[in-house]
Design a protein around this ligand. Sequence first.
Ligand SMILES: Nc1ncnc2c1ncn2[C@@H]1O[C@H](COP(=O)(O)OP(=O)(O)OP(=O)(O)O)[C@@H](O)[C@H]1O
Ligand SMILES: [Mg+2]
Length: 264
Amino acid sequence: MQRPVLKFEDVGFAYDGRDVLKQVSLSVGRGELIALLGPSGCGKTTILNIIAGFLDPTSGCAFIDDRLIDGPGPDRGVVFQSYALFDWMTVRDNIAFSLRCSGQPRKTRSQVADRMADLVGLRGFEDAYPYQLSGGMRQRCGLARVLAANPKVMLMDEPFAAVDVQTRETLQEEILNIKAETGCTIVFVTHSIDEAVFLADRVLVLTNLAEGHYIDLPIDLPLPRSSPANRLHPSFLALREKIYIEMRERHGRSPVSGLREAGQ
Ligand SMILES: Nc1ncnc2c1ncn2[C@@H]1O[C@H](COP(=O)(O)OP(=O)(O)OP(=O)(O)O)[C@@H](O)[C@H]1O
Ligand SMILES: [Mg+2]
């Protein structure tokens, strides 16, 4: 890996004296997309919040570009699961919000916003309001808003959990195209094995963060990575099976065990 953009050195985090993370070390290279995959409550959002600077580690250190993370900053953008758009602003103004905060002139704001709207497939909807958009379109608008701020690192916490399967697949392909175009580094939290394998350069299967354990799995799939054909590629299917078995063994159940149990 080249010089890492993000680095955890023995990071620990406890809520009310209960360890969620203990001596977790990891690094993310420039332009890399890592997926954090693990069951509910295992500490995915906690990791993201530490990188975002919303939470301070209880022990150890987290770095961005060799600088200690000591609060939020414009070099990191967060895309949440819910859309978090401003209802009273148009798509263009929502996307351009960070540029307005940083005092960019109206013309620049408008140009950047329209380019980002284009990038995420919202061309023609720049003047629409959030209530006029579908769930998937709102999520694209949230994504464009983070992209407009041109962060070095994008932190995405289950951003597509609330959209239908087809929209979700389209958005995944868009993320990969955007990553190829902008070269940004992405940390992507998901519950879905398929989503993790399709998107990531590396999947971290979070087996036991309270003991500092996780499995670091490189993903090798044909380029372009955004090709839908990759979803049926033998390597994709093999990786998916490997992770599925790993998670099932570690947790005694898989992410789909609820369905199985319900059907039994
Ligand atoms: N504000 C809080 N106060 C106390 N405990 C918390 C708080 N936030 C999270 N936790 C606990 O910390 C652990 C890790 O939470 P975290 O939100 O990081 O999990 P997660 O992997 O993101 O889960 P999910 O997939 O459900 O979003 C959980 O056991 C949770 O109960
Ligand atoms: Mg979470």
